[in-house]
Design a protein around this ligand. Structure first.
Ligand code: COA
Length: 716
């Protein structure tokens, strides 16, 4: 947040006075259109043009500079060439303005010289505690008739409505506003954030979250100004109103040592990272601008859908089937009609009607049938919302259908979307339905898409609210493991060090003991428990298997003796000069499902936990999901459920289910480690063997990469 800006951003959205610096009379100039738009939009405050070369602009008395204005403008809109902007911002600050919108381009987006100018603009705005929008932006709109501010250089003010739109792209914003006007989409606020040198999408989420005129917030972003703050802010705002986002482009990945599996995964999966971030904060990500506005339309009605159970009522089969397919794709369910209701409807409807879900009443019906059937469906406790499709039949007019829908809606708050399919020139009927709270679409897929978004938002609002669990861990041991690596000047932890760091956070590893003689090995195996694995421990042997340094599946003392002797012989032959520190006797990990849990530290998002299918195919299948740490139990559970391999973990073909509770807890423990130990920049446990329910999970291999000492967090 810019120093001094109000959380509601009233200085931007509802200023009592506006000065337009660079307002002009010359046709075709940005300063000419913007000033005229303010007048044309019916701005209710006082507007002052500022321009040294004109006594008046569009018939309004003009002032040569800000200092000459008769009062301090609450907001300044700046449209002067880039080198002059900082000076104008300074004048505005001195005069006592509280906000400034800089339309001018030629700043950070054009390179170093522009970036330097931008720094100066930001410095001046901060000096006077002014909120700053832009530079390089398209402006701000508030359609509230009590304000009527169109401080953009687009054409007309869009209709007043409940949709707020924040755009990182000015051109896209301008296009959307025109589309909104053509499609009669009502907006409450519009902000083009431009270079986001001051106000960014997070500030706007806070302000629009509090704005009573706004029911739904739409964001178009190419990157997030601060990913972590976005998560925190959006999580709060989505408790109050829905937020829909289109995210395109890429965020600079920042410097990163892509040494481990999860490193390269997170690099290639940045878009997935955004998906996860949005899922974690309750923001709905949409793929197309069309969907953005179709979903926004349904949210702007204030309707809510208490569950995913949809009924489709139609007077023709085809569109009903198309809608049914699309409904399932949108995450909705089409439950069978409750038997008593079905029996009643069978009696009332024509004998050729298909009384199921979709319910095809057939073409030969009139408005009364629509009215009565829809009312009966909405009354069923097992149904959460309805899609009504009407195709032209000659048995009734679109106005009849619209009236019938509204009549049946009166008694019931459940959401209805209408699809007046294949009917032309329906602007009157559509307006009639929409003014009365029935969002209306041309195609059935669009309508169910909107209803699906409503149901998802309700599911978010009513999700179980779990907390971030804090486990009792051995922080001293973790600190010691990091300190030891630091002292040795290494950033990649040795296997035993990685294990001890993770073990300090309660990540289970197989029991292991080190032996120097066969007698010690036999005693160790007794304690560890057969079957065991015997491994050579030598800092000079990195590929133990190549020199015969690993023996698996040792089930009893005689086989341990045999394995020991054979290993000594192989080592003498294959690694005669290697310094051997001893031999590890390790409990053999029982069979189970292989998964991966990792940590990435992202410059924009902070610590991120990775979970997915483990083992050797992880890179190929990329069946992974991400969440920002710290994560709650519910998020850990969602991570497990969201990978494609989840059915394998749940158990297929009579297999017992895996220990999902143990797995979720390990994910949460890793999340705690990621937050507690900032020196860990990358980590992955791969594989973690998840055993059958009740038998826990065991890590087999772990890799930990620390930040270079100078860059890391507090060094131990
Ligand atoms: N105080 C008051 N008025 C000033 C001024 C100052 N310090 N400096 C210049 N002006 C006036 C000029 O006299 C001129 O008025 P006039 O038309 O009556 O002569 C007006 O401001 C504009 O200045 P000018 O030099 O003619 O510039 P311009 O209109 O060609 O371009 C911008 C100015 C801001 C439009 C241009 O630099 C720019 O950034 N264009 C891109 C805008 C854009 O696309 N933004 C992003 C959208 S997403």
């Amino acid at each position: 947040m810019t120093v001094g800006q109000s959380p509601e951003l009233s200085e931007l959205f509802a200023p009592k006075s506006v000065a337009v610096i660079g307002a002009s009379n010359r046709p075709g100039k940005v300063g000419t259109s913007l000033f005229r738009n303010i007048l044309k939009g019916g701005y209710q405050g006082v507007v002052y043009p500022v321009n040294p070369s004109s006594p008046s602009v569009s018939g309004v008395r003009c002032y040569p500079d800000v200092a000459s204005l008769p009062e301090a403008p609450e907001l300044g809109v700046v449209i002067v060439p880039a080198p002059a902007v900082a000076g104008v911002v300074d004048e505005l600050g001195k005069a006592g303005a509280r906000g400034v919108v800089v339309i001018t381009s030629g700043f950070r987006e054009v390179g170093e010289a522009g970036a330097a100018l931008e720094v100066e603009v930001v410095r001046r705005a901060a000096q006077y505690r002014m909120s700053l929008v832009g530079p390089n932006c398209f402006g701000v709109i508030n359609t509230d008739p009590a304000v009527g501010l169109n401080a953009t250089f687009s054409g007309s003010l869009p209709p007043t409505g409940r949709i707020a739109f924040v755009s990182q792209s000015g051109a896209l914003g301008a296009g959307i506003l025109q589309y909104g006007i053509a499609e009669r989409i009502g907006f409450s606020r519009f902000v083009s954030v431009g270079n986001r040198a001051g106000v960014d999408e997070n500030d706007l989420l806070v302000a629009l979250g509090k704005d009573a005129a706004t029911r739904v917030i739409l964001l178009y972003v190419e990157s997030l100004a601060d990913g972590r703050r976005f998560l925190e802010t959006a999580r709060e705002v989505t408790e109050v109103k829905p937020v829909l986002v289109i995210k395109s482009g890429r965020t600079p990945a920042g410097e990163r040592a892509a040494l481990s599996h999860t490193g390269s995964l997170a690099q290639s999966g940045r878009d997935q990272l955004y998906d996860s971030l949005f899922a974690q904060s309750g923001v709905q990500r949409v793929d197309t601008l069309g969907d953005l506005f179709r979903f926004a339309k349904i949210f702007s009605t204030g309707l809510s859908m208490a569950g995913p159970r949809l009924v489709i009522l139609t007077n023709s089969g085809g569109p009903g089937i198309v809608a049914a397919d699309a409904a399932v794709r949108s995450g909705l369910e089409l439950p069978p009609l409750p038997p008593p209701l079905k029996a009643t409807l069978v009696q009332r409807l024509p004998s050729i009607a298909a009384v199921s879900n979709p319910l095809d009443m057939t073409a030969d019906i009139g408005p009364n049938t629509y009215r009565e059937t829809l009312a009966a469906l909405l009354g069923a406790a097992d149904l959460d919302g309805a899609l009504v499709i009407s195709t032209p039949t000659g048995t009734m007019t679109a106005q009849d259908v619209a009236q019938a829908i509204l009549d049946s809606k009166k008694a019931n708050p459940k959401p209805i979307a209408a699809c007046l399919f294949g009917l032309s020139d329906l602007s009157k009927e559509v307006a009639f339905l929409e003014e009365n709270g029935v969002p209306t679409y041309t195609f059935p897929e669009e309508a169910v898409g909107g209803l699906g978004a409503l149901a998802r938002y309700h599911a978010w609002l009513t999700r179980p609210h779990t907390t971030v669990r804090t486990f009792a861990v051995d922080r001293a041991a973790a600190t010691a493991a990091v300190a030891k690596a630091r002292a040795a000047g290494t950033t990649v932890l040795a296997e035993y060090a990685a294990r001890s760091l993770l073990a300090a956070y309660g990540i289970p590893f197989p029991k292991v003991e080190t032996a120097r003689t066969i007698d010690e090995a036999l005693a160790a195996a007794d304690r560890v428990g057969y079957p065991v694995v015997l491994k050579v421990a030598s800092p000079e042997i990195s590929h133990k298997t190549d020199v015969g340094g690993v023996a698996l599946g040792i089930t009893d003392p005689p086989s341990l003796r045999a394995a020991w002797d054979s290993m000594q012989r192989s080592l003498r032959a294959a690694a005669p000069n290697a310094r051997i520190e001893g031999f590890e006797v390790e409990a053999q990990v029982p069979s189970g499902k292989e998964v991966l849990i990792g940590v990435q530290r992202d410059p924009n998002f902070g610590p991120v936990v990775v979970f997915g299918l483990g083992g050797i195919y992880v890179e190929v299948l990329r069946d992974v999901t991400f969440r920002l740490a710290p994560l709650r139990t519910l998020s850990a559970e969602h991570m497990i459920e969201s990978v494609r391999a989840f059915p394998l973990l749940k158990g297929v073909r009579g297999e017992p289910p895996s220990d999902l509770a143990a797995l979720a807890e390990i994910i949460e423990r890793v999340s705690q480690l990621a937050v507690d130990v900032p020196e860990v920049v990358e980590m992955d446990i791969n594989p973690l063997i998840v055993r059958a329910q009740g038998h826990g999970a065991v890590a087999v291999d772990a890799r930990v990469v620390l930040s270079p000492p100078s860059r890391g967090g507090p060094s131990a």
